[in-house]
Design a protein around this ligand. Structure first.
Ligand code: NDP
Length: 683
């Protein structure tokens, strides 16, 4: 056995410097061995200065970068952190996390950062302004329109985190915040802050983040919240009690500071009536429930606390769960044979025991004994898995209200699907629930009943068993957060998470000025024509560069040739009588795709040049029928130019409008092309 490193005095990273608090501070003990790991204290730190420095230095630097620059920054950071993962695992064992638990925290956290890095480049433009939704036309003559824009807050995001995921908890919050262009101050829970501090040190070693983008408080936040403004945001993960207190903080209330909360949650998992013992769904349910009770010793905000099953399946369920829970061998977190690590601290174990006693007022223990410490582990905060049964769940308020934040769950028998949904709703809003069924009707009825009370719902069955990410895993692209008791927050969820840190503004005005603000051409804005825009590289192209093409008449022979060539002989193109019987047409009409093909033939400039490829169309609509003899003309306007940060090309979006001889728009869509950054890059 290697000797443990000497205890450290944790430091905070404030205004670009690592500093200690004025006092020796609170001792933090290894969860498994009880050895002293570190002291933590942040007294005397100037919190107002930290906020100010973040706003002025970090915010300025981040806002000078485009979304793609910031996404690439996150990618570089994620990859650099991955190089240090073994060092993080070693420290993580001291928090009580086994290797499997640490994987969720460390590699899950870095993976979330990398997921935001890649989403940022795929889903956001390479600009500093984000537009949202369509242009709203507010006048008949296109002289007054509106567009929603999103811009980064000018403040700091203060992230107050829980002790259970010291790495993931920080990274899943700072990734969307930094991508939005907003600096962060992270305040990890004291108990496991030594791991967060180590990760922040490694982040700073990379030199990848601009000054002021990230600060860290190890210890109490002191008077920090007194200084937040309406441009700052505060996120909180932890107990509902602390969360409610912080939400009502004077400065947060007075300034309408954005406050996101992710608190306790009595998550339910429900076994469908079709999933009788012996079915694959029953087995999957047992496996998932046992895993959720033991993983991270049950200290997960998404863990299954309420296990619901048809009353007739309860006895076989207890037997199956007992087998699995008794096989969960406790041990030192670093030992690969360990299936159950300790809780984060002795205090936490006492807290969980107290909550189990509360649950016992309405439920009885059917597996495990909370008062017996596993043999040989007296120094650590170990607790055996405990399964309770509530015989009368509709009258067992504590089961739906009391969260034992450890390896503890309560079995709840239900009579029918409606009652199962009603029981789940008695949790007053949860982060996640799951339904194990192979019956489409049960899946639909349960999910629609549960949805208003949950941020995420997982459906488990045999078809998804191999690929399912499981009940307890929040994912970067999906909403994490839940209504009511769960805090009412909505972290992550892909770009939803980024937009938490941005202000949405409706901008109204003349289209030309709106285009100047957003960098996007819109209908009614000025346009200019000189050489064919396909001859221009990104360096030369401007939004509003426009081509109005020659005209082309569509004949019956064209339509019949297209029909025969493609095999699309739909009656509206081929049969005059049938077409006239159709409510939309007066006679045979041209194919929509023929119109789009002729349009391309009209606007394309064929010679090799800066336009490298057409990669699709967006929002294609055929608005007016085209009859034989009609004449088509195209107006193609450069709408959006999006150079890629790490390539020699970028995307250009063209507004394509096809009209007939009466100036009626027959088709409207966006053409998407890849264009070289320079003429040289195209060669
Ligand atoms: P707390 O609510 O006590 O603490 C959460 C975070 O808030 C910590 O960083 C804590 O810092 C900080 N904090 C506490 N008081 C203040 C304050 N007045 N001002 C600013 N920050 C403050 O939760 P714990 O982490 O101690 O966990 C207790 C319970 O919370 C668990 O038993 C569980 O029920 C629930 N929990 C829920 C989680 C979830 O994800 N939903 C995750 C973890 C816990 P410090 O540690 O320095 O006190």
């Amino acid at each position: 056995m290697t000797a443990s490193p000497a205890p450290r005095r944790l430091e905070s990273l404030i205004c670009g410097r690592w500093i200690r608090g004025d006092r020796d501070g609170q001792p933090l003990l290894d969860a498994a061995t009880g050895e002293l790991v570190a002291h933590i204290d942040a007294t005397g730190i100037d919190m107002a200065a930290a906020l100010d420095w973040g706003r002025k230095t970090g915010g300025l630097a981040l806002r000078a970068m485009s979304f793609h620059d910031r996404a690439l920054m996150l990618k570089a950071l994620g990859l650099a952190l991955m190089e240090h993962k073994e060092e993080f695992y070693t420290e993580s064992f001291r928090t009580g996390a086994t290797r499997a638990d640490g994987w969720v925290d460390i590699e899950g956290g870095i993976g979330t950062m990398l997921a935001y890095a890649s989403k940022g480049r795929r889903e956001l433009p390479n600009t500093r302004v984000l537009t949202e939704g369509d242009v709203e036309l507010l006048s008949r003559d296109d002289s007054f329109s509106a567009q929603h824009i999103l811009s980064p807050l000018r403040g700091v995001a203060v992230h107050i985190n829980a002790y259970n995921f010291p790495v993931w908890g920080m990274l899943e919050k700072i990734a969307p915040t930094l991508l939005a262009g907003v600096p962060c101050i992270v305040k990890p829970a004291s108990q496991t802050a030594y791991l967060t501090e180590l990760v922040v040190r490694r982040i700073m070693d990379t030199g990848i983040l601009p000054d002021g983008a990230l600060q860290l408080i190890c210890g109490s936040v002191g008077d920090l919240l007194d200084h937040v403004t309406g441009q700052d945001a505060v996120t909180f993960t932890g107990s509902a009690w602390t969360g409610r207190k912080l939400r009502a903080h004077r400065a947060i209330v007075e300034n309408s500071t954005r406050f996101t909360m992710e608190a306790d949650s009595l998550n339910a998992s429900i076994l469908g009536a079709d999933a009788a013992p012996g079915t694959p769904e029953f087995d999957l349910f047992v496996k998932e429930v046992a895993r959720e009770i033991t993983a991270k010793a049950g200290q997960k905000c998404t863990a299954i606390r309420r296990v619901m099953a048809p009353a007739g399946y309860i006895e076989p369920l207890i037997a199956a769960l007992r087998t699995r829970l008794e096989a969960a061998t406790p041990g030192l977190p670093a030992d690969s044979a360990t299936r159950l690590g300790p809780l984060a601290s002795m205090d936490q174990r006492e807290e969980v025991r107290a909550r189990i006693s509360e649950l016992q007022t309405v439920a009885r223990i059917v597996v495990g004994d909370p008062d017996v410490t596993p043999d040989g582990f007296d120094q650590g905060a170990y607790l055996n898995p405990v399964l309770l049964l509530a015989d009368d769940p509709m009258n067992a308020a504590a089961v739906h209200d009391c969260e034992a934040f450890g390896p503890v769950a309560t079995l709840i028998p239900y009579e029918d699907a409606d009652q199962a949904v009603a029981l789940a709703a008695m949790g007053k809003g949860s982060l996640v629930s799951s339904v194990f069924t192979n019956d489409p009707d049960i899946a639909r009825n349960m999910v629609l009943g549960l949805a208003p009370y949950h941020g995420r719902i997982l459906i488990g069955n045999r078809a998804s068993a191999k690929s399912s990410t499981g009940h307890g895993s929040p994912l970067a692209g999906l909403v994490h957060g839940g209504p009511g008791r769960a805090g009412g927050g909505e972290e992550m969820g892909g770009m939803r998470g980024v937009k938490h840190y941005m202000q949405r503004t409706a901008v109204q005005g003349a289209p030309g000025l709106l285009s100047a603000v957003t960098g996007r051409w819109i209908e009614g804005a000025p346009a200019q024509s000189d050489i064919h825009p396909f001859r221009k590289s990104l360096a030369e192209l401007r939004i509003g560069d426009q081509l109005v093409t020659a005209s082309r008449q569509i004949t019956q022979a064209d339509v019949e040739h297209f029909a025969e060539f493609t095999g699309d002989t739909f009656y509206a193109h081929m049969d005059s009588e049938a077409a006239r019987a159709n409510p939309f047409f007066e006679d045979r009409v041209a194919h929509g795709y023929l119109i789009a093909s002729f349009a391309a033939g009209l606007f394309v400039d064929p010679a090799p040049g800066p336009v490298l490829a057409n990669y699709g169309v967006d929002n294609m609509r055929f608005l007016t029928p085209v009859y034989f003899g009609d004449t088509l003309q195209v107006r193609l306007t450069c709408k959006d130019i999006n150079p890629r940060a790490n390539a020699e090309h970028g995307e250009v979006r063209w507004d394509c409008q096809v009209s007939n001889q009466n100036s009626e728009i027959v088709a409207q869509y966006d053409v998407l092309t890849m264009v070289a950054k320079t003429q040289e890059a195209a060669e």
